[in-house]
Design a protein around this ligand. Sequence first.
Ligand code: HEC
Length: 190
Amino acid sequence: MKLIARLTAATAILATTTLSAETAPNPNVEEAKGIIKEFATTLQGELQAAIKEGGPTNAIAVCQDRAPAIATDLSERSGWQVGRTSLKTRNTADNTPDAWEQEVLVDFDARRAAGEDVQPMAYAAVVETADGKTFRFMKAIPTGEVCLACHGSDITPEVAAAIDERYPEDTARGYSLGDVRGAFTLSKPL
Ligand code: HEC
């Protein structure tokens, strides 16, 4: 309830659901989850192939080029606005959270601190925007072992230099295994 109260300041919240594994199915949520699954599977497949081929330094370009391209492709195909965001972004230009996303991300961290499993953690709301009712959905992204080479606290100088060159404003470091790294964020006009 505290979250809903805080969010109301930014946008009119018409309905909210804090989603975990037990929540009853909702067609918009199921659709959003399907899009996210495709995003995650495609990106992780390409990321792991690139790491295997040339190590994490080689894979930075894959994250840089492919993550936004996959998001754009999925947005065009699905009619949803699809992206990724985080409280500490690497791609500050594209992935900085808006006020609503920021509140949800802060809440994800609090939910994790309270012992909730990050993998199924999600949040949905119907909000009133200037363009009418919008369905918004966010799903937490856990930090896995493979992520630490580029988002952990022990990044090699070579990888750090390659990141700095492309993202001089990078703040997406210092994560530990199991942390909420960020979230997929989707919205669709109702
Ligand atoms: C090879 C280095 C590398 C690895 C490994 C890596 N990332 Fe990233 N990550 C990046 C780069 C580069 C970006 C910026 C992409 C862009 O420009 O949109 C990024 C961006 C992100 C973002 C978007 C928010 C932001 O900071 O801009 C999330 C979320 C994210 N990564 C999660 C993960 C997760 C989860 C893993 C492990 C499964 C992972 N990353 C592994 C390099 C990496």
